[in-house]
Each structure stands twice: as structure tokens, then as C-alpha cells.
Design a protein. Structure first.
Length: 653
């Protein structure tokens, strides 16, 4: 009896201790949850742990790269529609995803409970990317059960990289805060790598610590960081700035018992790989290609005229469809196939263009370039990921390099598409390459000029205007203006010519120069603006500042990232305002101006016996408005607002 009582007492004490630890664990979980909710009020989820182990292995003369990934996330706030009950793994044709394990950890009755994800709730399918017909990208969706605030989502899987040239980046932190990050890379002695940490936020980069040590014949690289949080995406930020810090691992070379393999140690290695990809599909010059070139250039008297006719034909007759399936994302299709099918992606269209130029005895070359979405140059990191676009480069008789992007349907000959301005291009040139920077077009290239003659009728303001668009303004306008929908066309012109307030009415319009790729585009229009003029017993008040461009907004003092503009530009407005019959001018606004190397504006007013002429001009002379210029920008906005609040006043005489 005593023995039984002692046993029962021991069990009772054990249960008390167990209950104590359960209560302690519950308190700890609640404390952590509340602390994270206070610290990250704008987030639904926090990554408690993110760890990746990467191993480089040599197997039968082949380099294998395998990554083991583990995540543990805590749901700190219930998101709308329960979206965070899902996690996603995105993979390319060059990766194999294996051994997916996932579970939800919940705390009920002072105990942790593991709810394993059913295999039927792990779904892999083709991922359709925006504007890409077929990319070969796979999306694996994991549906977690029993998800509620305080639940932990645990996920682990193996990622095998099948192509050492194309090891994707390893994210350190993205949209969700990370409390503990670790990336461990094990490299054998016969493999040489380089690493690059890319981050637009130096404060985050400084938190990432690297430890390098030797273990037997391996070199171990260990990156660790704690309490990382990346800024949420900001409107008009450059795309590259909305990508969190990440690490690129590049295989430079590896040795096997048989030989040494050079991979991506230099820019020359990268060019060699790109050229090998381009040469995998040979082009055969067909009678159809020769006949096309002859018919296009028959009456051309100059090389430029030949080039323009061929370029415009490809732009207008080959439909751009993005195709990025596996190695096909790097291999242009044969020119004769693209010509026969009448569609292709950037590589296909550029390859066709190059071969048509060659048939016309014009010196053209395939060229690889990254758009402004890529946050590094091929010189900085010689990886295929430095490029996401292919164009053609024509070297004319004077030795000028003209960058031709046939995917830009309305690009004039030699004018780069706006998203590759300032980027480095590698130009094919036999065994070597030519490295050139795509020019940034000056602000004088893209002019939006709006001139109006106004008429005053009581409180109604009427006008006849001419809108002149050149450069990228015209290129942009040709897309909506060539639409078969008259309503869509009118809505576009109304938006571009709008003045005063939302009572603006576009009465009629006429378009000139739409089919000419080099001359400016003109839109003549008539409009009226009711109830715009304020009239008292003996005075009329007219605000002559009828237009304020959309980009003229104050920048938040807490903004982190720069503001991107697609191109440099000038916006010019001139209004001729006749002095109403029976009135005289008694007040005219003072001229205002603000000048900065990257932006500015000025207003000017002058009058004659019968009219007032108002001139307003804005300019953007940079592709990025940087953080250090935010204060100057806001000063400009203040000056502009002050100018735009002034009226012209007429009085009865």
C-alpha cells in the first residue's frame, strides 16, 4: 500500500512539474507572440528561423550542387482570407525540388501539437508569369492545416541545382522579418567559388556576418544574421530596390581527376557561355529571307535607309511572345523558323534581325543586356543572371553603335528602349566581345509640349490646343493611339490634354504624324472648362496654371528608396489668354523658378495690349531621384505650389 502511495505521489509530482513547464512554455509563446506583434505591427508573419546548407559535390566528372532549406514561420496576425495558410516554392527547369516536409505547430491545452501537411496538399504546377507565354517555371504550393494566430509553419526541402552556371540567388530577407538567418556553404578543395552579397540597404548588409573556416579538405562559409527586416515596397521605386538582400554563389572552376573545368570566373567566361548557347541553333539562309531583304531594300540609297526598313519590318511583322523554357531561355531560335512562324521572343527577334541585316551587307551583332530591373552589371558579377534581354547592335559605316530592340514595336532606329538605358551590353564579336554602355537619352529627346489659345466666356474657359510629343512620349503614345477602339483613343487624348479640374471636356481632336517613326506626333484638340473662372461684380480671377504633372508630388520624409523615372524629359506648356473685352489687367503672378541638376521648373508671364502669355516648363534630368535629393525635391514642390496658387486678375474699366 505504501509502495503504491509513493508511486502515485511521484506521478502527481511529475504531473505538477509537467504542468508547470507547459504553463511556462505557454507563457513563453504568448510573450513572444505579443512582443513580435508590437515590433512588427504591419506584418502578418515573422520568420523565426531560415537556414540553408549548400554542398558542392563532384560525381563522375560532374559538379552537383545540393541545398537543404528549412524555414519556421510564426503567424502573428490573421491575414485577410487566410492567405498565409499557403507557402510557395518557385523553381526553374534547372532545379529539382525533393523531400518536401511541412507541418503546422499549434499550442492547445498548454501543449504543442504537430499537424503534418497531407501530401495531397502539396501541389506542383506550371507557373504562368506575366507576359511570358511559357517559362518552364514550376510553382509548388503547400497548404498548411489548422492555421491560426500563434501557429508555426515549418517547411523543409531539398533543392538540387542541375546547371552550375545557373545557381539562383539565396534570399536573406524579403518581405517578412527574419529573426535568425543562416547560410552554410561547404566547398571541397577542388572547387573554387566566389560569393557576392547584394543589398540596397547598407544597414542590413552590416548585420550579415561571415565566418570562413577549414574542415579537413573542405572550406566552410557561414553567413549569419539576426533580426532583419526589409522595407516594404514603395511606389515608383526601381524594381531592383524592391528585392531584398541576397547572396550569389558563382562556380569559377572545378577539378576532376581527368581535367579542370572553367565555369564563370571572368567576363570572358560569361561571354563564352552565352555565345555557346547562341550557337546551339544554327540559321540557314533561305530564299524567303533573301527575297524579303531584296524587296525591302530595293530602292534604298543609304545604309541607314536599308537598316530602317528591315528594322521596322521586323518590329511590325514579328509578334513578340516571351518564351523562356529551360535552355530555350538562352538559345535564340533559328532565324528562318522565326520568319516562318511570325512570332518569337527577344532572342528570336534579334537573331532574325541580325541575319536579315547581314543579308543586306550591314554589320549587326547579337547583344546581351540586362534591363534596369537587374541590380548589378556583368562586370560586377559575371553571371547569366546579369542579362534578361537580348537585342541587336548595328555598327554603322561611321563606327557608331546603334542598339536595336525589335520588341519595342515603335522604337525609331537606333533609339534604345527606355528600360535598357545606362545598362552594359556585351556585343558578340567572334571569340572576343565588345562591352558598351547603352546611352541614356537626354531630356531634350523627349518633349511634351502643349500650346493653347484660350477664350473667356463668362465663367466658361474654352481653348484650342496643339499637343506635340517627341521621343519616348511619342513612343508611348503610339500604342494607345493605334488601337482600333475610338473610345480608348479618345480617353487617352482626354487624359493627356486634361486641364483645370474634372469638369474638363474634350470636344474634338485630330492626330497628325502617327505613322512617322522619327517626326514628332501632333494632336490638335478643342476643349471647354465650365465654371473655372471666378467673377465678382467688377473683377475676373483666372488661375493660369491649368496643368500640374502627376509626378509633382511631395516625397514622404520617411521614404527609403529612390524614385525611378522611365526616361529624362521636358514638359512645356504655353497658354495665350486674350484680355476679356471691357476688362483691363491689374494683377499678374510673379515668375518663379527652381533649378537642380536632376529636376526643376520655371514659370513666366508677359502681356501685350490684348493678351497674356503664360509659359511653364518642368524638366527631369535623371532616371533616379535619390534620397539625398528628396529635400530639394520637396522645396521645388513648395515653390511650385506657391506659384500655382496665384491668379491673373482682370478688372472692368
Amino acid at each position: 500500500m505504501c509502495r503504491n502511495r509513493g508511486f502515485l505521489e511521484a506521478v502527481y509530482i511529475f504531473l505538477l512539474v509537467l504542468n508547470f513547464f507547459s504553463l511556462a512554455q505557454a507563457y513563453k509563446n504568448n510573450y513572444l507572440l505579443e512582443a513580435l506583434q508590437r515590433k512588427y505591427p504591419h506584418h502578418d508573419i515573422v520568420v523565426l528561423k531560415a537556414s540553408t546548407e549548400v554542398n558542392f559535390q563532384l560525381q563522375n566528372e560532374k559538379l552537383i550542387v545540393i541545398a537543404q532549406k528549412k524555414y519556421e514561420k510564426l503567424l502573428i496576425k490573421q491575414p485577410p482570407h487566410g492567405l498565409l495558410a499557403r507557402e510557395y516554392i518557385v523553381s526553374s527547369e534547372f532545379e529539382a525540388i525533393k523531400n518536401i516536409k511541412a507541418q503546422t505547430v499549434i499550442f492547445e491545452n498548454h501543449k504543442e501539437k504537430n499537424v503534418t501537411v497531407n501530401p495531397n496538399n502539396i501541389i506542383t504546377k506550371d507557373l504562368t508569369l506575366r507576359n511570358i507565354f511559357h517559362s518552364g517555371t514550376k510553382l509548388t504550393q503547400i497548404l498548411f492545416p489548422a492555421v491560426k494566430v500563434g501557429a508555426k509553419l515549418q517547411l523543409s526541402y531539398t533543392q538540387e541545382f542541375l546547371e552550375p552556371f545557373l545557381i539562383p540567388r539565396f534570399e536573406i530577407v524579403d518581405k517578412e522579418p527574419v529573426l535568425n538567418f543562416e547560410l552554410k556553404v561547404t566547398v571541397p578543395a577542388n572547387v573554387r567559388i566566389r560569393y557576392d552579397i547584394l543589398s540596397k540597404e547598407d544597414s542590413i548588409k552590416q548585420k550579415i556576418k561571415l565566418i570562413v573556416r577549414q574542415e579537413k579538405e573542405n572550406t566552410i562559409y557561414l553567413w549569419q544574421a539576426k533580426e532583419l527586416s526589409y522595407p516594404t515596397p514603395e511606389p515608383d521605386a526601381p524594381p531592383a530596390y524592391n528585392i531584398g538582400p541576397h547572396i550569389y554563389l558563382t562556380v569559377q572552376e572545378y577539378q576532376t581527376p581527368l581535367q579542370t573545368y572553367s565555369v564563370l570566373g571572368t567576363l570572358q567566361d560569361l561571354y563564352r557561355w552565352c555565345k555557346e548557347m547562341a550557337n546551339k541553333q544554327k540559321t540557314t539562309y533561305t530564299p524567303e529571307m533573301k527575297l524579303l531583304v531584296d524587296s525591302l531594300t530595293r530602292n534604298s540609297t543609304t545604309s541607314e535607309e536599308k537598316a530602317r526598313k528591315i528594322f521596322e519590318w521586323v518590329q511590325q511583322n514579328i509578334q513578340y511572345i516571351a518564351l523562356e523554357y529551360g535552355y530555350e531561355g538562352y538559345i535564340p531560335r533559328a532565324a528562318e523558323l522565326v520568319l516562318a512562324r511570325r512570332f518569337g521572343d527577344c532572342k528570336d527577334m534579334s537573331n532574325l534581325l541580325v541575319h536579315l541585316f547581314k543579308l543586306a551587307n550591314l554589320q549587326a551583332h547579337l547583344s546581351w543586356v540586362g534591363t534596369r530591373q537587374i541590380d548589378f552589371s556583368p562586370q560586377e558579377i559575371p553571371l547569366p543572371f546579369a542579362f534578361n534581354h537580348m537585342i541587336a547592335t548595328w555598327i554603322d559605316e561611321k563606327g557608331n553603335y546603334l542598339f536595336l530592340d525589335p520588341t519595342g514595336r515603335f522604337q525609331p532606329l537606333g533609339i534604345p528602349t527606355d528600360h535598357i538605358q545606362g545598362k552594359e551590353a556585351i556585343i558578340e564579336n567572334g571569340e572576343q566581345f565588345i562591352l558598351k554602355t547603352v546611352p541614356i537619352m537626354p531630356k531634350e529627346f523627349s518633349i511634351h509640349k502643349d500650346s493653347c489659345v484660350l477664350q473667356v466666356q463668362n465663367s466658361l474657359l474654352q481653348g484650342q490646343g496643339r499637343l506635340q510629343l517627341s521621343g519616348y512620349f511619342k513612343i508611348e503614345a503610339r500604342y494607345p493611339l493605334l488601337t482600333p477602339s475610338p473610345l480608348a483613343q479618345k480617353n487617352y487624348i482626354r487624359a493627356k490634354s486634361s486641364k483645370g479640374n474634372n469638369k474638363y471636356t474634350l470636344l474634338n481632336y485630330q492626330i497628325k504624324g502617327l505613322d512617322n517613326s522619327t517626326a514628332p506626333l501632333y494632336i490638335d484638340y478643342e476643349f471647354q472648362l465650365p465654371n473655372y473662372i471666378y467673377t465678382t461684380e467688377n473683377k475676373k480671377y483666372i488661375n493660369p496654371h491649368l496643368v500640374k504633372p502627376d509626378f509633382l508630388q511631395t516625397i514622404d520624409n520617411n521614404r527609403i528608396f529612390p524614385i525611378a523615372h522611365d526616361y529624362k524629359k521636358i514638359l512645356s506648356y504655353q497658354f495665350q489668354l486674350p484680355i476679356p473685352t471691357g476688362y483691363k489687367l491689374i494683377s499678374l503672378p510673379e515668375p518663379q523658378k527652381f533649378e537642380h541638376p536632376a529636376f526643376g521648373f520655371h514659370t513666366n508671364y508677359h502681356f501685350t495690349a490684348d493678351q497674356v502669355v503664360i509659359s511653364i516648363e518642368f524638366y527631369i534630368d535623371a532616371l533616379l531621384i535619390k534620397k539625398e535629393d528628396f529635400s530639394a525635391w520637396n522645396t521645388m514642390i513648395q515653390t511650385c505650389n506657391k506659384a500655382f496658387s496665384q491668379n491673373i486678375v482682370f478688372e472692368i474699366f
